[in-house]
Unconditional design. Structure first.
Length: 482
């Protein structure tokens, strides 16, 4: 059995930034040139989706020089912003910085006309040892200043080095579990702080170009920088927490683990169509435009299925639309806690008159102070990005091992760190560096969710899976969606 080689390296220093100018990037260049204090500059207008790293590559410019000329970009750039780019073209120093793409990456590229082998049969992108990078905000520079006996009321910001440690601990446990499968890895952990300048310096390290997979627990602007770098170097990159669809646009190497709310709507329709065709369905939403639009779309979809569906205009009308002759499914679309509480309280008053099942959307997984009795009485179902069933044998085993190892109970981030690492390393080991075309077929039992990835032609991959759980007998129980 091959063993996992685990290496933790904390990187520092500045190395020349490699540049791979492509025709598509050159087309981003502005034709407007202005002279300021005797120096010529391109005047570039930032468009949506562009990053500072991408712009620097387009102009074959030194990114630190751009920052020097435009100090305001240290805090990030935004659409419509105008920035000055030195117009000296590709200097000799930049030419010296340019390096060839590593041969092991070149060999993984396949001709578009070449017939693809079945998943798992194509050995061209497989390696004996894979390089994995975890980029996570550990704020190691703050560790020596931490209070060893902190105030229990201290905010997470006051204890920054501790914020993402549970994810890192779950990550380590996944690597340990993978040892027995024969996986051989070289793992590097980077302290990815919020400072974008530090991220840019990090990307200057040539070792990063050798990575086969990057797991990026990063803030949005930093992730965009690294995602551009990953696309340029043909490296798959995983985002564990972001809900933003923007991170997928134009980058086929990005995998977004957290599903967006628009995919929740799709899963809800499937759920209603598969289990409640003969029920009386009542849809209600608050007055937020997005929630009202979702309610309208649900009505349209269910009416097309010839379902018995009604829409309530405010929670005061709900009771008049309920049926005593069959089950009632109430779909409540609101993330306004006060509004939800009013509806739940009113429905609970009529719990003995009607058979009711309440479906809560869209962010009820964040509510923690609604009366549990009410939720149980209404047989409440909730959709959430993930759910941990503590009665599951696999979860019990993980909790026990985690407690033995770290002398505390695992937080949600620990489960996520384990699941994400185990899933993507398995994909890499099973299918090779080109696992992206095969990953929609990879399903495995995870601790807190499933993974069902899909992508459009030009964009990255998004997990489409939502968990459904219900309140019953004062316990939370997972419902398996078909």
């Amino acid at each position: 059995m091959k063993k996992i080689l685990f290496i933790v390296i904390l990187l520092s220093g500045v190395i020349s930034l490699p540049s791979y100018a492509q025709e598509s990037l050159r087309q981003m260049r502005s034709t407007i040139i202005e002279k300021v204090n005797g120096k010529e500059f391109y005047i570039h207008t930032v468009k949506r989706g562009q990053t500072l790293y991408m712009i620097a590559k387009a102009y074959e410019a030194d990114i630190n020089e751009i920052i020097q000329e435009n100090p305001e970009v240290r805090e990030g750039i935004k659409s419509g912003q105008k920035i000055r780019i030195p117009a000296h073209g590709t200097t000799e120093s930049l030419k010296k910085q340019t390096k060839a793409i590593p041969e092991d990456i070149k060999q993984t590229a396949k001709s578009k006309d070449e017939e693809l082998l079945p998943c798992g049969k194509d050995k061209s992108s497989m390696k004996t040892t894979y390089n994995i990078a975890l980029m996570i905000p550990l704020y190691l520079s703050d560790v020596t200043q931490m209070d060893v006996d902190p105030d229990p009321d201290a905010t997470a910001q006051e204890n920054r080095p501790l914020q993402f440690v549970p994810f890192y601990e779950g990550f380590l446990m996944a690597l340990d579990s993978l040892k027995e499968t024969g996986v051989s890895l070289k793992v590097t952990v980077y302290d990815a702080e919020r400072d974008t300048l530090k991220t840019l310096k990090l990307l200057q390290n040539p070792e990063l170009r050798k990575m086969d997979l990057i797991i990026g627990m990063m803030y949005h602007r930093n992730f965009q920088l690294v995602a551009d770098f990953a696309e340029e170097n043909d490296i798959s990159i995983v985002n564990p927490l972001s809900e933003r669809d923007l991170i997928l646009e134009g980058n086929k190497k990005v995998f977004k683990v957290r599903p967006s709310l628009k995919t929740q709507f799709t899963e809800l329709i499937k759920y209603l169509q598969s289990g409640f065709e003969d029920s009386n369905i009542v849809v209600i939403s608050d007055h937020q435009r997005m929630n009202k639009a979702t309610a309208d779309n649900i009505m349209t979809a269910m009416e097309e299925q010839k379902a018995d569906v009604h829409q309530a205009d405010g929670y005061g009308e709900v009771i008049s639309l309920l049926s005593k002759n069959k089950g009632n499914i109430i779909v409540l679309i609101s993330d306004n806690k006060s509004y939800v509480l009013d509806v739940v309280t009113k429905l609970n008053e009529h719990r003995n008159e009607f058979s009711v099942t309440l479906l809560g959307l869209p962010r009820w997984d964040r509510f923690d102070d609604i009366e549990a009795d009410y939720l149980v009485n209404l047989k409440t179902h909730v959709m959430a990005p993930w759910f941990v069933d503590y009665d599951d044998p696999g979860v019990k085993k993980f909790v026990s091992m985690y407690q033995d190892r770290y002398q505390t109970d695992p937080e949600p981030l620990a489960f996520q760190g384990f699941d994400i690492t185990f899933y993507f390393v398995t994909a890499l080991w099973k299918y090779g560096r080109s696992f992206d075309r095969c990953i929609p077929d990879l399903h495995m039992k995870s601790l807190q969710t499933d993974f069902r990835f899909s992508s459009s032609e030009e964009n990255g991959f998004e997990n489409q899976y939502w968990e459904m759980y219900e309140y019953g007998n004062y316990r939370l129980k997972r419902i398996i969606l078909k």
